[in-house]
Ligand binder design. Structure first.
Ligand SMILES: [Zn+2]
Ligand SMILES: [Zn+2]
Ligand SMILES: [Zn+2]
Length: 154
């Protein structure tokens, strides 16, 4: 596994690294796919770590604010998170709705739409957030039905 700097990021942001917060960072670093706060609570229980729900939520919020994690809303409506590796470049995540695998997509082209949006609406668009859901190649190869396209997620 690549070197992981979640605790470094928290430390650099002046976040006091208590033992439970360190443990939350460890649990996140061990996850490859998207995860929910409940997933982390279950991981903590399995590993015998005493971490409160509030600590998990606060750490997730903090790491999202620092750009280390990105929030994704699952097709079920659940709030999940994916780790950003690397966290600094602009990118999006595409998440498999069947198995939960995700990859980062670099080379965003949405920025090129902002001129057109400004022309139509008069808004100067500063930022955007895109959630991409579908079916990953592994699931397709194993014969799973692709998730049907829909106009709306959740
Ligand atoms: Zn990301
Ligand atoms: Zn999949
Ligand atoms: Zn983008």
């Amino acid at each position: 596994m690549a070197p992981w700097t979640l605790t470094d990021a928290l430390d650099a942001a002046g976040y006091r690294l208590t033992r439970p917060r360190r443990q939350v960072a460890e649990l996140i670093a061990d996850r490859d796919d998207h995860f929910t706060a409940s997933d982390l609570m279950a991981d903590a229980r399995r590993r015998g770590m005493a971490i409160g729900r509030a600590t998990v939520f606060r750490s997730l919020e903090k790491l999202s604010a620092l750009g280390q994690l990105e929030r994704v809303r699952l097709p079920t409506g659940e709030q999940a998170y994916v780790a950003c590796r690397p966290p600094d470049a602009h990118h999006h995540h595409v998440v498999c709705g069947r198995c939960g695998r995700s990859v980062e997509v670099a080379g965003c082209t949405i920025g090129s739409m902002t001129d057109e949006i400004r022309r139509r609406t008069g808004y100067d668009v500063a930022t955007h957030h895109v959630e991409l859901f579908g079916t990953c190649p592994e699931c397709l190869a194993s014969g799973a039905d692709p998730i049907p396209p829909s106009g709306h997620v959740s």
